[in-house]
Design a protein around this ligand. Structure first.
Ligand code: KG4
Ligand code: ZN
Length: 349
């Protein structure tokens, strides 16, 4: 039998547990969203998130093991997200992982959440080989990475201000589309006319493939506030214009990165925003024009989950990469620590 890995994820507002095998089979998994708890605040409240993880994680581990008919002794390793993310939640998941690893007498694997996203396409596509070009688009990050192997990431570009998921979430808030914002903007955009409002496409055409979304987000706010009597028609038209502009930026920047990384065997997209159908479609077209295979995980594997953490654990275990029980929880943990700050960048790694 191939290795059996228990994965835990608690870095943002999804509590998730999964049992995954090294042969890519997902034996059992649970994902508990905290949308209801955070909705009244219009965004994720870190303290509420940490408390919810603390209440739910251990019972979910018991449920997943029971569903699989597995005991702690059957595990080969415990993989837990150790960062980056909201530190309270990360600590809950990592400490739980350490306790389970101790109880099972098996190694701990401290997984970088971004590595979970980065390797997730290999969980569902056995043919995906290194190196590949990864567009990582989530609530906290927007990066282009050369994925050269497990633990070997070269950052080609990042955002100089907001992450793209953040821009989707703020646009949803401005337009009163509700929480969580990304899927709400996508639904509204389907009904709207993307050409009624002219929105900027920051950094389009610049030599380095960095991203910027702050100006686009502010433009949505300015247009909304300038309307005499904004209603549903304006709401869906602005959502469509925003999604169209954001997609244009992703495609243009990714096209630059394809040229800068000619050894890539595929164009891969991962992270929560990769569940957006318009974005997936545009990237698939881009890959086809460059004769590159396009790989996008199914939408449930794009948003936060524990199967990707267990899978990153399986990939690391296969290389003998395990961690000590003193591994610290990290609020910030760049995949490519040698990458220099992008010009004009704020604090984002
Ligand atoms: O990867 P993820 O689940 O969590 C982080 O690691 O950040 O990504 C969450 C982000 C949120 O900003 C959410 O609004 C966005 O992904 N998102 C979407 C869609 N589904 C989730 N953005 C655009 N379209 C979607 N369908
Ligand atoms: Zn994520």
């Amino acid at each position: 039998m191939t290795a059996l890995i228990l994965g835990l994820e608690s870095s943002c507002d999804e509590t998730a547990v999964a049992l995954v095998r090294g042969d890519r089979s997902i034996v059992a998994q649970r994902i508990a969203s905290q949308d209801e708890a955070h909705r009244p605040f219009g965004g994720v409240v870190p303290e509420l998130a940490a408390r919810a993880h603390a209440e739910r994680l251990t019972p979910m581990v018991a449920e997943v093991l029971a569903e699989a008919g597995a005991a702690l002794a059957d595990l080969d390793a415990v993989a837990a997200t150790a960062g980056p993310g909201l530190i309270g939640g990360v600590m809950v998941g990592l400490v739980t992982g350490k306790a389970l690893a101790m109880a099972a007498g098996k190694p701990l694997i401290a997984v970088n959440h971004l590595e979970g996203h980065a390797l997730s396409p290999r969980l569902v596509d056995a043919g995906l080989r290194f190196p590949y070009l990864l567009l990582l688009v989530s609530g906290g990050h927007c990066q282009l990475l050369g994925v050269e192997g497990v633990g070997r990431y070269r950052r080609l570009a990042t955002t100089i201000d907001d992450a793209i998921g953040e821009a989707f979430d703020k646009t949803a808030k401005v337009l009163g589309l509700g929480f969580p914002g990304g899927p709400a903007v996508e639904r509204a955009a389907r009904e709207g006319d993307a050409h009624r409002f002219a929105l900027p496409r920051p950094l389009l055409g610049t030599a380095e493939p960095h991203f910027s979304f702050a100006g686009l987000k502010s433009a949505v706010l300015r247009h909304w506030q300038a309307l005499a009597s904004p209603g549903d028609a304006e709401r869906v038209d602005l959502a469509a214009a925003f999604q169209h502009a954001a997609t244009d930026c992703l495609v243009d920047r990714t096209a630059r990165a394809i040229t800068a990384f000619p050894t890539a065997t595929a164009l891969v997209v991962a992270g929560g925003v990769a569940s957006n159908v318009a974005i997936r479609t545009a990237l698939a077209t881009l890959a086809a024009t460059h004769d590159l295979p396009f790989v996008a995980p199914p939408p449930w594997l794009c948003t936060d989950n524990a199967a990707m953490i267990a899978w990153a654990g399986a990939e690391r275990l296969a290389l003998g990469l395990t961690d000590g029980l003193d591994f610290p929880a990290r609020a910030r943990w760049p995949l490519d620590p040698s990458a220099e700050a992008a010009r004009g960048a704020g604090v984002r790694a």
